[in-house]
Design a protein around this ligand. Sequence first.
Ligand SMILES: CC(C)(COP(=O)(O)OP(=O)(O)OC[C@H]1O[C@@H](n2cnc3c(N)ncnc32)[C@H](O)[C@@H]1OP(=O)(O)O)[C@@H](O)C(=O)NCCC(=O)NCCS
Length: 173
Amino acid sequence: MAEPTLRAEQPGDGDAIAAVTAAAFGKQLEARMVGAIRASDRFVPELSLVAELDGRIIGHVILSYVDLVGEPVTTRVLELGPMSVAPEHQRRGIGSALIREALHRAEARGDPVVLVLGHPWYYPRFGFRPASQLGIAAPDPELPDEVFMALPLQSYDPGLRGRVVLPPAFAAT
Ligand SMILES: CC(C)(COP(=O)(O)OP(=O)(O)OC[C@H]1O[C@@H](n2cnc3c(N)ncnc32)[C@H](O)[C@@H]1OP(=O)(O)O)[C@@H](O)C(=O)NCCC(=O)NCCS
């Protein structure tokens, strides 16, 4: 089978990204969340990546900035998600390729860490571990420890600690 091309999203990709997101999650919430992130000041166009096959978008991952509220400073750090692969294209490595490319770009920008709220059976293979191990508390203290994860990058600084506060875009309904 042909390999999908990975590239940053372009103006005009929004509807196709929303469609693949809704198909992957089986509901609209996460698609609206992606739209709200894109419309916010936390969006980084080069960190919203699509996988394209025969001119069709079949996967998407987004990294955007959330707040890490520490003492005494609040820092903006990257969080991954939502991410999606079209159901008929799942389990072929497309999600993994998107994540690796997104992490490579975050590393190249000099970002110190990437967070994710997600499946504990998926993200550890990329090096994510419970964020609590780095002194980074989840936005919701009720979340099980293993679902809120962090991946330190090359410029990681252990002083980067605190509680994550999600910007309004993540509260899309
Ligand atoms: C999670 C998701 C992005 C992964 O994308 P993908 O392209 O299928 O992932 P990859 O092919 O890189 O990796 C697949 C591996 O993930 C694991 N996996 C996938 N689905 C799984 C499931 N339902 N239960 C347990 N493990 C699963 C397996 O280890 C699988 O490898 P295998 O097929 O060799 O067993 C995709 O399944 C998806 O869009 N899911 C719905 C939306 C979602 O949950 N998004 C992530 C929110 S955190």
